[in-house]
Write a protein that binds this ligand. Structure first.
Ligand SMILES: C[S@@+](CC[C@H](N)C(=O)[O-])C[C@H]1O[C@@H](n2cnc3c(N)ncnc32)[C@H](O)[C@@H]1O
Length: 299
């Protein structure tokens, strides 16, 4: 068992909340969608919406080439990205804590014609069995997650992810960021402010990442880099922007974030790149993870 006694209660509660939310979403999808609604065609990346275009393109570019590679998608949700990666020739394993949403993902993969290239596993990342993959080639060629780490128990999840990469491989995550002191963060999520400007969240445990989370990542990886996206486009949280305004603001943000390094910490989203797992003991076990030892020796 991966989780320690002290981790178990809080982490299991978190998983229950997450699964409940996404199972309910899946129930609605499975009851209302027609077959055509599931289809993902080969070709352009199927972005969920305009907000994902810039950062998801960047994240995918970092793990190219895709064809013939073994890719893990963490928090795969309804399988849109997993299916597209399979169309690009990747062999994809998608995991998620919600069994319902994985039913949507499986249906999508089958109907889109890539059922054989996608495997969906119902498990929280914190308990995903690295051992099962040791015999199948010593880890994944790449790991990707879109808007997921901010739902996880960071320490347990990073410890797991560090054991799942083959030597030299990287993990990339697209995540919301909020680099503000704790009191400001608390104010943002206070009922007074949240009532007027509801945060864009689905579950009670999700929380934008900050310096503390980057430190947790650095505990498990020797390479931690993040690239900022969206700054003035954060206005979208408070008012509905037209496409023209969104494009204008995002283009401005791209230039500004590149030209003024100090502005990086005001970004709304980041693509986080992790590599070179550190040698560490997997929480809940008495010994270091064998796959990770192998990686340490080879890097
Ligand atoms: C915001 S959704 C993103 C889904 C998908 N990546 C996308 O872009 O559409 C977050 C997903 O993470 C999953 N999730 C939350 N906690 C998880 C955990 N501990 N392990 C694995 N998946 C988890 C949720 O069930 C949900 O499907």
């Amino acid at each position: 068992m991966l989780l320690t006694d002290t981790d178990t209660v809080e982490t299991h509660d978190r998983h229950d909340h997450e699964a409940e939310t996404y199972d309910a979403m899946a129930e609605w999808i499975l009851a209302t969608w027609e077959d055509d609604d599931y289809l993902i065609a080969p070709g352009p990346i199927p972005f969920a919406n305009r907000e994902h275009v810039d950062y998801l393109t960047d994240a995918i570019d970092q793990i190219r080439p895709l064809a013939g590679r073994r890719i893990l998608e963490v928090g795969a949700g309804g399988g849109t990205l997993a299916v597209w990666l399979a169309h690009e020739g990747a062999e994809v394993v998608g995991i998620d804590v919600s069994s319902g949403i994985l039913d949507v993902a499986r249906r999508r993969a089958e109907l889109s014609g890539v059922g054989d290239a996608c495997t969906f596993v119902h498990t929280p990342i914190e308990a995903f069995a690295a051992e099962a993959f040791a015999s199948a080639g010593g880890g994944f060629d790449a790991i990707i997650g879109n808007n997921v780490v901010h739902h996880f128990d960071r320490d347990l999840a990073m410890a797991r992810i560090a054991t799942l990469l083959r030597p030299g491989a990287i993990a990339v995550f697209c995540e919301p960021m909020l680099f503000v002191p704790e009191p400001v963060r608390a104010l943002r999520y206070s009922s007074m402010v949240a009532r007027r400007f509801p945060p864009h969240t689905h579950t009670e445990d999700e929380r934008s990442l900050n310096d503390g989370d980057l430190e947790v990542m650095a505990k498990h990886f020797r390479h931690v880099a993040w690239k900022p996206f969206q700054l003035s486009a954060r206005l979208q949280n408070f008012v509905e922007l037209s496409d023209a305004w969104w494009n204008r603001l995002e283009a401005f943000d791209r230039r500004f974030l590149a030209a003024v390094p100090v502005s990086r910490r005001t970004c709304r989203m980041a693509v986080i790149t992790l590599g070179l797992p550190r040698d560490h003991t997997v929480p809940g076990t008495q010994h270091s993870d064998p796959i990770n030892h192998q990686q340490e020796r080879s890097t």
